[in-house]
Design a protein. Structure first.
Ligand code: ZN
Length: 311
């Protein structure tokens, strides 16, 4: 996603200097207030400790990508942002290039989940480096999932296609082009730096980022249009894309929880281990063994958008 610089300018004078020098931004999570809003709401609803995502907790343990989003960094990879790196000036080429871009992003998101589960397998509280690696992978995956909603025409698709899109992008179902026949994905070419990409003959791309991106109301004409399938009155395409990205973010987190132990899930979320009341037990009369420690509950994993704070 393109990012809104305003929050960064207020909070991070140093980041401002970096922006001035590179012309582009910081890393994923902070760079765009919509990414930040979706991620914080979903992590909070899923019981992640605020220290795992709050500004200032710092370092590799943060849930975020670990590279700046500028043209010279390793984060500038189309599949990390669900974008096409081609110019499509006819419908057939747009359809095939869009599905290829979507498929590559879905594969990336699925690979990140395998990496998260691998890093967490058998992890202990002392292995903060492994927990940090898992959180960084989560940062990349969530950015890619959320971008898929902002950088495609998901909001315009029918209900069956929208639902198929969700299970495919979070890696639960293999991408199937027949179920996403009308999918369009934004072109990255030129879009990241502004402007409208054209082919060698000067023909314009049919679905350029700067015209169709839906991650910010400012500057993107598509974002402020009414949603074709509004869930509530007055819903714009940006709002619909954000709501879809939130639901997919929650579903992706649930798919990770399913693949790890309760203890690994707690360590990933920064939830402290339950305290075993050994002192109390030693003076009490002999009785049944205390129940095995369970993981803390995950309040919002099945929650809905209505549970979201401030939106
Ligand atoms: Zn992005």
């Amino acid at each position: 996603m393109r990012f809104d610089r305003r929050p960064i300018l207020i909070a991070f004078p140093l980041a401002l200097l970096l922006l001035e020098s590179t012309g582009l931004g910081f890393s994923s999570f902070l760079q765009n207030h919509v990414h930040s809003r979706i991620t914080v709401a979903a992590l909070s609803a899923t019981g992640f400790a605020p220290s795992t995502y709050s500004q200032g907790s710092g370092g590799a343990r943060w849930i975020d990508v670990d590279q700046p989003d500028d043209m010279s960094s390793g984060f500038t990879v189309p599949r990390y942002h669900c974008t096409r790196d081609s110019v499509s000036t006819d419908r057939a080429s747009l359809a095939s290039a869009s599905f290829a871009a979507f498929e590559a992003t879905a594969a990336e998101v699925r690979a990140r989940r395998a990496a998260i589960v691998g890093a967490l397998h058998g992890v202990t509280a002392a292995q903060t480096d492994r927990i940090g690696i898992a959180r960084a992978h989560l940062g990349y995956a969530l950015h890619a999932i959320q971008d898929a909603y902002a950088h495609s025409n998901w909001v315009d698709l029918d209900a069956a296609s929208r639902s198929a899109f969700e299970s495919m992008i979070i890696g639960n179902v293999k991408p199937d082009r027949r179920r996403l026949a009308r999918l369009s994905v934004c072109s990255w070419v030129g879009g990241l730096l502004g402007g409208s990409p054209t082919d060698g003959a000067g023909r314009a791309d049919l679905y350029p980022h700067d015209a169709f991106c839906k991650d910010d109301d400012g500057g993107y004409p598509e974002a402020v249009k009414p949603a074709p399938h509004p869930a509530r009155s007055g819903e714009t395409k940006r709002m619909a894309a954000e709501a879809g990205a939130y639901v997919a973010t929650i579903a992706y987190l649930a798919s990770i929880e399913k693949r790890v132990t309760a203890r690994e899930w707690d360590l990933f979320r920064g939830v402290p281990a339950p305290v075993t009341p050994t002192a109390a037990r030693s003076v009490a009369a002999p009785g049944p063994e205390p129940a095995k420690a369970k993981s803390s509950p995950t309040p919002g994993i099945t929650g809905t958008l209505d549970a979201r704070a401030g939106n």
